[in-house]
Design a protein around this ligand. Structure first.
Ligand code: PHB
Length: 360
């Protein structure tokens, strides 16, 4: 089985081609510190070829939701060090996903400050989970150029902090409607300056952040995640194919390690006219970096995806919630455990670190 074969990513050897995708689990303390439960959670899953952490806030300003981790204070770096040490003790490889939520946040959990965004365009069709329950989104504050420049620097600093915390690499979260994907989309970006108004301008922020991260820690340690057709967070592009083709062409000029490419679920009608488009084929073939294919794969479809030869790794999200030893289960053809959806976000050990191993 290709899924269980060794491979290499950047400067690290991976024991198989199965990655755990980033998943927000909402179990830090109020200061964004990960604790013993989170050490255990990632250590249990160290049999994956590669672990992506949950999304990690690059700064206080990047905050969208409560009980999500940060990597901008010394205490946060020290807390993550305990996770990376234990994962490495188990021969695991772990990459920090770097996150700025942009307009996908609420002042309730931002010390009273409004979310920042490319343009003052609020999300209207959904509500935000806050520490005080679900709330309507507020009008975000348009980022001025100096704020954009500072945010780009914050990404670079967070990448350095991740290295100091012992991570094997970093991943720019440019998917799922958060700040980088907001810049790419006309539904969130109506700027008239160099950061909006054309495909090259809409792509500028993502490209500058990638350059900053690469110069901070070296391209071998760097990758990113994109989700071209994902409408989550009211993301709508006038020309998604042209925009992502341009972005990929420009990314191809940069030296870094991998792109995790999230497709829409083959069963999803949410991507309007794109439900039938095979994004791994369309975009993945254009990407010169290692492609990690993501979303809704199972053992059979993941193996078929690797056989097709575009992606070198597959990342699994949902399956990893309840199956900490997923590669072992695939190897042994063992039954999979179903997750309890009520314990995904927030809470304690239950539904987080108490799922059984197949050997139990
Ligand atoms: C979430 O908190 O629901 C969330 C976070 C990061 C993602 C997607 C969803 O990429």
């Amino acid at each position: 089985m290709k899924l269980l074969q060794k491979t290499q990513l950047g400067d690290v050897i991976l024991k198989n081609r199965m990655a755990m995708a980033a998943m927000t689990r909402g179990r830090t303390d109020i200061n964004g510190l990960v604790g013993d439960m989170t050490i255990e959670y990632y250590t249990q899953r160290a049999g994956a070829g590669l672990l992506f952490t949950e999304a990690i806030r690059i700064s206080e300003e990047a905050t969208g939701s409560p009980f999500t981790p940060g990597i901008f204070t010394d205490k946060q770096i020290e807390a993550w060090k305990k996770v990376t040490t234990k994962v490495h003790d188990k021969d695991g490889v772990i990459i920090a996903q770097l996150w700025h939520t942009g307009r996908m946040g609420h002042s309730i959990d931002r010390n009273g400050k409004l979310p920042l965004a490319p343009s003052p365009l609020p999300i209207r069709g959904m509500q935000h989970f806050t520490s005080q329950g679900k709330k309507d989104y507020e009008m975000p504050q348009e980022m001025a150029i100096p704020e954009i420049e500072r945010t780009i620097k914050d990404f670079g600093q967070a990448a350095k902090n991740a290295m100091a915390a012992g991570f094997d690499g970093v991943q720019l979260h440019a998917a799922n409607g958060y700040l980088p994907s907001q810049f790419l989309a006309e539904s969130a970006n109506q700027r008239a300056d160099i950061y909006g108004g054309s495909i090259p301008n809409n792509s500028r922020f993502v490209l500058e952040v990638m350059q900053e991260i690469i110069s901070a820690v070296g391209g071998e340690k760097v990758g990113m995640k994109i989700s071209p057709f994902n409408p989550y967070g009211e993301i709508k592009l006038d020309n998604p194919v042209d925009t992502y083709m341009y972005l990929i062409e420009e990314l191809n000029k940069l030296d870094f390690s991998y792109v995790e490419l999230m497709r829409q679920s083959p069963n999803s009608a949410s991507s309007e006219n794109y439900g039938a488009v095979d994004e791994i084929d369309l975009f993945g073939r254009k990407i010169r970096h290692t492609v990690i294919a993501n979303s809704e794969y199972d053992k059979v479809s993941a193996e078929a995806e690797l056989e097709r030869g575009i992606a070198k790794l597959i990342s699994f999200g949902k399956l990893y919630i309840a199956n900490p030893d997923l590669p072992e289960r695939y190897k042994k053809n063992a039954k999979l455990t179903e997750p309890d959806w009520s314990t995904i976000y927030g809470g304690g050990a239950h539904g987080y670190i108490d799922y059984p191993f197949c050997s139990e």
